[in-house]
Design a protein around this ligand. Structure first.
Ligand code: PXP
Length: 242
């Protein structure tokens, strides 16, 4: 039987900064956008501070962390980013793979290859009272390894689900998410999911048992151009709650 979830919505506002950086100007301001998102029902503001600083800048992050409400930072498990996180103290951090040539994050972490750096980063974050999450592809082995690395939360990468074409492929990807999600909960970690989620594909993911939070950016910011940021967030919030 499926449990009814009160799924939280994390809104990723990176692309507000993408637009600003196109002119290196002061508008649109991600901190101002965060306030609109929160008023529209976003439970958490998500930003990815990339090593190449292509969108969110250090000052944006500092400003967001000084405001009221939860901030969830996505970052690579490297000493430079760890130092930033320990300084500005977001509520939670999701460690993600990063490649300067990618247009967006491509799939989850290679936990085996990165185990040492990931384990060390998680330990430092948790000691500082910052919740640590790992972004992984929905596989049992990844979930088990996330637990052994000390993660509080697992964020399942939904990009294969979002990119699946046809009912059968989509259903198979959803099942992978459900099975991995079940294991995340069984192992006592919080369950998040995100990447590539939009107004058409989000509902089945929101209904996965024990789903705690969905982190969504591009589709909401893109829709905001047509309907405004507040209605775009409210519509997504309605979809994941229904
Ligand atoms: N979750 C993680 C770990 C991400 O890296 C991203 C993209 O920054 C998202 C969620 C949001 O993805 P999208 O912008 O496709 O909604």
């Amino acid at each position: 039987m499926k449990t009814v979830n009160a799924v939280k919505l994390g809104i990723n506002i990176d692309h507000v900064a993408t637009l600003r950086q196109a002119r290196r100007d002061i508008d649109p301001d991600p901190a101002a956008a965060s306030q609109v998102c929160r008023r529209a029902g976003a439970d958490m503001i998500v930003v990815h501070l990339r090593q190449d600083r292509r969108h969110i800048q250090d000052e944006d992050l500092a400003k967001l962390c000084a405001l009221k409400g939860d901030v969830h930072l996505e970052m690579a498990a490297v000493p430079e980013m760890l130092a930033v996180a320990l300084k500005v103290r977001p509520d939670s951090v999701c460690l993600v793979p990063e490649n300067p040539r990618e247009v967006t994050t491509r799939g989850g972490l290679n936990l085996k290859a990165g185990a040492k750096a990931l384990g060390r980063t998680i330990e430092r974050l948790r000691k500082a009272g910052i919740e640590a999450s790992l972004f992984v592809d929905p596989e049992a082995a990844n979930v088990r390894m996330a637990k052994s690395l000390g993660a509080d939360t697992v964020e399942l990468c939904t990009s294969a689900y979002a990119g699946a074409r046809g009912k059968t492929a989509r259903a198979a990807e959803l099942e992978r998410l459900e099975l991995a999600g079940y294991l995340v909960d069984e192992m006592g970690m919080h369950l998040h999911a995100g990447h590539g989620l939009d107004y058409h594909n989000v509902r089945p993911v929101a209904r996965i048992a024990r789903m705690a939070s969905l982190n969504i950016g591009f589709s909401v910011i893109a829709r905001a151009l047509f309907v405004g940021l507040k209605p775009a967030v409210m519509e997504m919030k309605r979809l994941i709650a229904s």
